[in-house]
Design a protein around this ligand. Structure first.
Ligand code: PHE
Length: 449
C-alpha cells in the first residue's frame, strides 16, 4: 500500500489555513446554514449549533489533522498505517463514499451559482418583485438540461484544479478571495439590518424559544456543524497529510473554526432581516437564499456590480469546497491503487457527474427521482450530512482517543515537543470522553424523536 511518489505539501502556513478554511467556507455557510436555521425554528437552532461548534469543532478538526499528518496518507491509508490489520480503515471508506455523495448534490447547488452569475451580469433581477424572482427560480429548477450543464461545468472546473495538484491548484485559489467575501457580506449585512421590518428577522435569529429544541433540531444542528466545518469524512485527514511538520495544527484548527462560524453568522445576519422584510418565509428552503439575495441587491446602491461580485465569490467559495471533496477521493485512488492523478481525477469526476445528475433531476417537477416531497437530492444531503458525517466523526474521535492515545496525540500537536500547546489536555479530554458521548446522545435523541 505504501506509495513512493513524492507527496505534495502546502507551501506556507497561511496557505494551510486558507486551504482548510476554503474547504470549510462554502455553500454550507451561506446557503445551507440559513436553510437549516430557518427550517428548525431560528435562534434555538443557532444556540445548539454554536454549542456544538464550540465544543466539538476544534477537537474534531484537530483529530483529523493529527491522523493525516502522522500517517502522511489519505483517508483510508491513514487508518491502514496507524492501525494495520484492523477494521479501522472502514472509517476511511465511509469518508470516500461520503465524498462522492456530498460532491454529487453539492455540485447541483454550485451550478446554480453559475446560473446566478449569468443572471446578475444580464441584469435580470432589476426591478423585479419577489413573486417574479421566485418564479424564475422555480423555472430554472424545472429546466433539467440547464441544471445538468452548469453542474457539469462546475465539476469540470473542480477537476481542473485538483488535476493540477495541491500546491499550484488549491492554495493559489483559496488565499485571496475569502477575505473579499467577508467584506461583501458585511456590506450586505448592513443593508439588510437597516431595511424596514428587519427587526423581526433579528429576533428570529437571536431570541431563542427553547420549546423549539427537539431531537430533530439537535440532529440538524449536529449535521450542519459537521458539514460546515468539513469534518467527519477525511477531508481534513487528507489536507492534514499535506501540512508540514513544523506547522502548528492547533492554531490552524482554531482559526478555521472561528472563520467558518463567523461567516455563517454573517450569512444569517444578511439573510433573515432581509427575508422578513421582503416577506420570504424562513422555511422557504432552497429559495430562501437564492430569492432573498437578488431582492437585497435591488435595494443596494450599485447593486448591479455588487451582485455580480457576490455570486462570483459564492461560486469560488463553493469551488474551494468541492476541490476538497474531490481531493479526498483522488488522494485515495492515487495512493491506494497507484493511478496517476490525472486518471483518478477524470474517473472520480465522471462518477460524480453520474450520481449528481440524479440529484439535479430530482428537483424537476414531477421527476421520477422524487416521491412525496422526498428527492434524491434531499436524501443524499440527509444521509451524508446528518448520518455519515457524524458517524465518521464519532469513529474518528474514538480512534484518536482510545486507539492512537494521548502520547501520540500530544507528540503530533506539539510537533515532537517543540511547540507549546496549552489546551492540549482539555482538547484530548473532549476527544476521548465528551465528544463521543455528545455525538451519541444527539444521535439517540434524534432516532427516538
Ligand atoms: N464545508 C463545506 C461548506 O460549508 C462543505 C463540505 C462538507 C466540504 C464536507 C467538504 C466536506 O460548504
Amino acid at each position: 500500500m505504501e506509495n513512493n511518489n513524492k507527496r505534495d505539501s502546502f507551501g506556507t502556513k497561511i496557505g494551510v489555513i486558507s486551504a482548510a478554511a476554503g474547504s470549510a467556507i462554502g455553500l454550507g455557510n451561506i446557503y445551507r446554514f440559513p436553510c437549516e436555521l430557518g427550517e428548525h425554528g431560528g435562534a434555538a437552532f443557532l444556540l445548539i449549533y454554536l454549542a456544538i461548534v464550540v465544543l466539538l469543532g476544534v477537537p474534531l478538526m484537530l483529530s483529523e489533522f493529527v491522523l493525516g499528518r502522522r500517517s502522511k496518507s489519505n483517508a483510508v491509508g491513514a487508518f491502514q498505517k496507524l492501525a494495520p490489520n484492523t477494521l479501522w480503515p472502514f472509517v476511511g471508506y465511509i469518508g470516500v463514499l461520503c465524498g462522492y455523495l456530498v460532491f454529487s448534490f453539492y455540485s447541483t447547488v454550485s451550478g446554480w451559482t453559475l446560473e446566478y452569475i449569468v443572471k446578475a451580469v444580464t441584469n435580470s433581477f432589476r426591478g423585479k418583485d419577489l413573486a417574479t424572482i421566485e418564479q424564475d427560480f422555480v423555472d430554472f429548477h424545472n429546466n433539467g438540461w440547464r441544471n445538468l450543464m452548469w453542474q457539469a461545468i462546475f465539476i469540470f472546473m473542480t477537476g481542473f484544479v485538483v488535476y493540477k495538484g495541491v500546491k499550484d491548484g488549491i492554495e493559489k485559489y483559496a488565499k485571496i478571495l475569502m477575505p473579499l467575501l467577508v467584506v461583501i457580506l458585511i456590506v450586505l449585512g448592513v443593508r439588510s439590518v437597516t431595511l424596514p421590518g428587519a427587526r423581526e428577522g433579528l429576533t428570529f435569529l437571536f431570541k431563542p424559544d427553547f420549546s423549539k429544541i427537539t431531537g430533530d433540531v439537535l440532529i440538524g444542528a449536529l449535521g450542519q456543524g459537521f458539514f460546515s466545518l468539513s469534518i467527519g469524512m477525511g477531508v481534513l485527514i487528507t489536507y492534514g497529510s499535506y501540512i508540514k511538520k513544523n506547522d502548528n495544527l492547533t492554531s490552524t484548527a482554531f482559526s478555521v473554526v472561528f472563520a467558518d462560524t463567523f461567516i455563517a453568522l454573517l450569512a444569517g445576519i444578511v439573510i433573515f432581516p432581509a427575508a422578513f422584510s421582503f416577506g420570504v418565509k424562513p422555511t422557504a428552503g432552497m429559495g430562501l437564499v437564492f430569492n432573498t439575495i437578488p431582492m437585497l441587491f435591488n435595494q443596494l446602491h450599485s447593486g448591479y456590480f455588487f451582485c455580480i461580485i457576490f455570486f462570483v465569490l459564492l461560486a469560488i467559495a463553493a469551488l474551494t469546497s468541492t476541490i476538497s471533496l474531490l481531493e479526498v477521493v483522488v488522494a485515495y485512488i492515487t495512493e491506494q491503487y497507484q493511478y496517476s492523478r490525472q486518471k483518478a481525477t477524470v474517473y472520480a469526476c465522471c462518477i460524480t457527474m453520474f450520481l449528481g445528475a440524479f440529484a439535479s433531476l430530482s428537483l424537476v417537477e414531477g421527476s421520477p427521482f422524487a416521491k412525496d416531497g422526498f428527492t434524491v437530492f434531499g436524501m443524499m444531503d440527509f444521509l451524508s450530512s446528518n448520518i455519515l458525517l457524524p458517524l465518521g466523526g464519532l469513529l474518528i474521535v474514538i480512534f484518536v482517543g482510545w486507539r492512537l492515545g494521548k502520547s501520540q496525540f500530544f507528540d503530533e500537536v506539539t510537533n515532537g515537543g517543540t511547540l507549546k500547546s496549552p489546551f492540549k489536555t482539555v482538547i484530548f479530554f473532549i476527544i476521548k470522553y465528551l465528544a463521543p458521548l455528545a455525538i451519541m446522545l444527539v444521535f439517540i435523541n434524534g432516532l427516538l424523536s
